[in-house]
Design a protein around this ligand. Sequence first.
Ligand code: HEM
Ligand SMILES: *[C@@H]1O[C@H](CO)[C@@H](O)[C@H](O)[C@H]1NC(C)=O
Length: 593
Amino acid sequence: MLSETLLESFALVKLQAVVRDASLSNIVVGFLVLAVTALAADYAYMLYLRSRMPPGPFPLPIVGNTFSLPENKPWIYFEELSKKYKTPLITFWIGRNPTVWINDAWCAHEILEKKAQIYSSRPRMVVFGELGSGQSSLVTMRVRNQRERDHWRIHRKLMHIGVGIQSVRGYREIQNNESKIVAYDFLREPKEYVKHLERYATSVVSIIGFGRRVASYNDPIITEVIALMQLAADLNVPGKSFPMLMETFPILAKFPRFMPWFKGVNARGQKGGHYFFHTLAEEALEQYAQKSPSEQAAMPTPYVKTLFEEGNKHNLPVAELSSLTGNLFGAGADTSSSTLVTFILACCAFPEPMKKAQAEIDRVVGPDRSPHWDDSPNLPYVNAFVKEVFRWRSVAIIGGQPHSPTQDDVYNGWLIPAGSWVQGNVWAIHHNEREFPDPDRFYPDRFFKDNDHHRPFPGERGYMTFGWGRRVCSGQALAEQGTWITVARLLWGFNVRKARDPQTGREIDVDIFAFTNGLNMRPQPFQCEISPRSEEIRETILREGKQALDDLKIHDGESRYKMSTFYQQQRRKIAEEPVIDEHGNIKIVKIKG
Ligand code: HEM
Ligand SMILES: *[C@@H]1O[C@H](CO)[C@@H](O)[C@H](O)[C@H]1NC(C)=O
């Protein structure tokens, strides 16, 4: 009886196990069938889209074309694909995500400028967006509907108050004085030319933003912020290794930050830089308030002050306000200084244009003073020279951030689906023989209509260095103005040439292709010789430099904060939320406890 029951129950257990196994394997099989079907359907849809989109290499399921990316500088690869397929637009699949690369100025103009109405958004960006500022900063902000559009307009407007064309004229003398100090520094310490240029670019945005200049190139605001920007720029280039590979497999971004594929991505998560910039802003407001009324009257109102007052009218969260000040540094410092390093490389590699520009400046300006913007109408060759600096090796080599259409668009019979990445390949655009014959040659003469290298180009500037349409660089006017005065002054003041081997006296060559790999590129370190052009000029540089240091004294000041140690010091503050009161002042309030 007992054993019977036992037997029965044993059989029952067994039966149950069989049933369970069956259902388990059924589930597994069912799941597999479902997965394969989903995969097939997904892939079929990819191929369907592909058949309607611009040409490009054949994508694999799930991974797309990601693994055919080169290790470095994908913009050159996309230029090659464009030539191979004989088409200005290329579709390249980053995972299941189609990206369209525009390799031609006219198409970029037709699409990103003329259809700016629908091309003013940004796509979903995993690595640079979601893992960084969360696409709440102007640079990455999406504009897909009316609500987002209104929000984005406020950001553009607030950025414009700071660095729009009107305000930028008011920053001329700041840039002028700071660039006099660059010339002065080049005299004292020519070998550190890169650091001087970084200091210049950072100091200009720091004066504009905070009212406080950056006097030393060892100031952590330079060394840390530029390093951070270069890291971020490296991360924003399509790639087939981690962490960029998360763009191909977005699901991986949902894992905890200690997983190995996050290497290099800000381990602190979303909070990122904005508390840091917020604290700097607070400090700057304090320092400004301590200045005497006459000092305040002698300087432009720091952008943070205006920004917090204006931002308050729109009820912007502090994180977003801070991101707007952060943009000055994030978007403005590394880009502007890299452009100037490129200028130095161009002078080393192509001495002729430098000499021609110097002859023009000697005629118009002479040795007793340095050039000023008022001279610009009389310096057509210098103007063309600056254009060529922007064209020859543009810093934002893939046009900064991708654009994304908010609705399906058809261009030249090709579909560009809503939400896809559309990236202007500035390398290919500025490197196209049709618009720029002999494109690797630094040749300012090409901008003169009667030159045999002159070709038509959409838009009056003759280059697309600052992007397109409604997302065009907010800091363009500031960057163009500052680049002009610094390039003009350095051409006036210095001979730049290849360094010579101290033993043999032979010139050390420079490589005009040796640039960094990030989406903001700059020349790899190179040696050069920078020397004043004459004794008279040397004296003028010294005189003007000392005067400028004196003039800029009202902007002297230091920060108590460093990004690298900020988060340890500030751990307490992060549990608290900054808010703005009705007077535009920032207050810190506790969130909990
Ligand atoms: C040589 C210097 C610079 C270059 C080459 C440059 C280039 C660019 C490019 C290509 C874009 C993307 C445009 C697009 O999506 O079509 C951009 C965006 C932006 N830049 Fe610049 N930039 C420079 C300096 C600056 C400066 C000095 C500032 C601010 C002070 C600045 C602020 C911004 C901002 C806020 C955006 C985002 C605009 C938006 O998405 O709506 N940039 N820049
Ligand atoms: C900078 O230089 C000019 C003269 O070139 C001067 O008028 C101006 O006040 C200076 N100061 C500042 C803070 O820009």
